[in-house]
Ligand binder design. Structure first.
Ligand code: FAD
Length: 515
């Protein structure tokens, strides 16, 4: 049936939707409610292996205050219209700004972009959803506040709140972003406003310094979920260290990954390495500044022999470990000596400082990320294959050498079956290890889109069968991943959803949670 809307929310008639749109416009103004395809294009564009139509929103609404969010939520309840909240909407490779199912209204919170407070002494910040990392970085620079951010690779254009509620990660010692958050304000599906932790206590000034409050700790249930719309979030910022020393350790063989993890995990656990140990495969390292077609004309997986030649030619490691030291020059010197001795004793790896590396753009962007400096250099990965297709595959394991080759072989075998390249990193967080694979494909080629979908599906199936759960996934595979965690967890998530959001209006399907 034809409609004046590019999509309609499931179960909502055009007449009802007309009435809802009219009410959103009355609250937000004409200029902040979009239903035309031109304005909705940026909310519909996806990179993940699924057809765009499955994620087409019916409208986008842009509230500018908590009261406007509450008013929109009331309208959603009245007409049973689902909303998909986004903060800065750059969840690229996980679904971008588009909803997980067709017809949801995107609630774009970018107009709520106030930095409410930065406490330079206590090292805390309280921000609204639309605040970008760049904005917060500029604020700290402008006010000469010696605090550092931790940000993900697309730092400049993404934001701390959206990244943290999706449990994203960064590269400074504060890189587990949700762990370093403190206090939320949440508009509940009923329209009530909840302040978590110490925030509910009148006259308290501890909301950004003490996470736990009293009674059940609720903040976690508002991450990777659809139980509320987070309208403010507190963060801890790291005091700028007197000295920062980034370094890289390059390893020549793929099989070195076992020893890398065994050698470096104890240093990470003892916090001699204070930030996550990022172990970058050659194809990620090279893919961020080379074009595949200029080095390999074939269409299938790039052969290992070609990768080896490129490694030699460009003098990168088959694995490249990036870490930093943060402290006084004296502290850094002590830890540097320990690291040098450990790497030397392991008999493997070339340890290089910034001075030794010289003018290397990849080292520079990694060093910038490790000190929370804005950049978007990693977007170079999208030129490797071209065609705008990307999906992050992100299984988690114990941080043990014995967990690496098994996973690498499995990933390479499955990617190889479908003609894709192993563009990967292992990241030793603390005791855990993320294995991040960017499934890069050409979205303009229907055969590759279908192959990428099947490949991603098989990666999830095989890895979860082997006990490797996924920590975060794109909007096309949320149900599948929710299933891998078993029926009890899924049912409890659903019971909470029903209790808090009886009309199912907030982001139905997020993380596989439906009413
Ligand atoms: C080249 C490249 C490198 C990347 N590297 C990293 C990396 O190092 N680390 C990393 O973590 N990610 C990385 N990403 C993925 C992603 O781009 C970032 O995580 C980014 O920060 C997420 O986008 P955002 O901050 O705009 O959040 P948003 O897109 O605004 O939010 C993310 C999701 O959280 C939920 N959400 C957002 N706001 C709210 C709210 N107010 N209330 C309730 N729910 C909400 C929604 O489901 C939304 O889809 C990378 C992407 C690319 C393309």
């Amino acid at each position: 049936m034809s409609s004046k809307y590019i999509a309609l929310p499931k179960g909502v008639s055009e007449k009802s939707f007309d009435a809802a749109i009219k009410e959103y416009r009355a609250v937000l103004g004409e200029a902040n409610v979009f239903t035309d395809s031109e304005h909705l294009a940026s909310y519909s564009k996806i990179m993940i292996p699924d057809i765009t139509e499955n994620h087409t929103p019916s409208a986008a609404i842009c509230p500018a205050s908590v009261e406007e969010v509450q008013a929109c939520v009331a309208i959603c309840n009245k007409y049973k219209v689902p909303v998909w909240p986004i903060s800065t909407g750059r969840n690229l490779g996980y679904g971008s700004a588009a909803p997980c199912s067709r017809g949801q209204v995107v609630m774009d919170l970018r107009r709520m972009n106030k930095i409410i407070e930065v406490d330079a002494e206590l090292g805390t910040a309280l921000v609204e959803p639309g605040v970008t990392f760049q904005q917060l970085y500029d604020y700290l620079q402008e006010h000469k506040i010696p605090l550092w951010l931790s940000c993900p690779a697309p730092s400049a254009i993404a934001g701390p709140l959206g990244n943290a509620v999706d449990r994203g990660v960064g590269y400074t010692p504060y890189g587990e972003h949700f762990m370093f958050s403190c206090g939320m304000e949440v508009v509940m599906p009923t329209g009530e406003v909840l302040k978590t932790g110490m925030g509910s206590l009148p006259n308290s000034n501890t909301a950004q310094v003490f996470k736990w409050g009293y009674g059940p700790y609720l903040d976690g249930i508002f991450t990777q979920s659809n139980y509320g719309i987070v309208t403010k979030m507190g963060f801890w910022l790291m005091p700028a260290p007197p000295a920062f020393k980034p370094y890289v350790i390059r390893y020549p063989e793929e099989t070195d990954i076992v020893d890398i993890v065994e050698t470096l995990r104890p240093l990470r656990m003892a916090m001699i390495i204070p930030n996550a140990v990022v172990i970058v495969h050659a194809l990620w390292e090279l893919g961020s500044f080379l074009k595949r077609s200029e080095h390999y004309p074939g269409t299938g997986t790039i052969p290992d022999s070609v990768v080896k030649d490129l490694v030699k030619k460009h003098k990168v490691g088959m694995w490249n470990v990036y870490c930093g030291l943060y402290g006084s020059p004296e502290q850094n010197e002590v830890n540097w000596n320990i690291i040098q001795n450990v790497v030397k004793a392991s008999g493997k790896g070339e340890l290089l400082t910034a001075e030794q590396v010289g003018d290397d753009p990849v080292f520079k962007y990694r060093a910038d990320l490790m000190q929370g400096k804005m950049n978007t250099a990693e977007f170079g990965l999208y030129n490797w294959r071209g065609g705008g297709g990307s999906a992050w595959f992100a299984p988690v394991s114990q941080a043990r050498g014995s967990e690496t080759l098994k996973q690498m072989d499995m990933a390479k075998r499955i990617l190889g079956k479908y003609g894709f390249d192993y563009v990967s990193e292992f990241i030793v967080g603390w005791r855990d290890m993320h294995h991040i694979v960017d499934l890069l494909y050409d979205r303009t080629d229907p055969a590759q889109l279908e192959a990428a979908r099947a490949c991603f599906d098989e990666l999830l199936t095989e890895f979860s069968k082997a006990g490797y759960g996924t920590y975060r996934v794109n909007t096309a595979f949320m149900d599948k991943v929710a299933d891998t965690y078993g029926p009890v967890k899924r049912e409890i998530n659903r019971k909470i959803k029903r209790a808090l959001d009886p009309n199912g209006i907030i982001a139905p399907g997020k993380s596989g949670i439906w009413n």
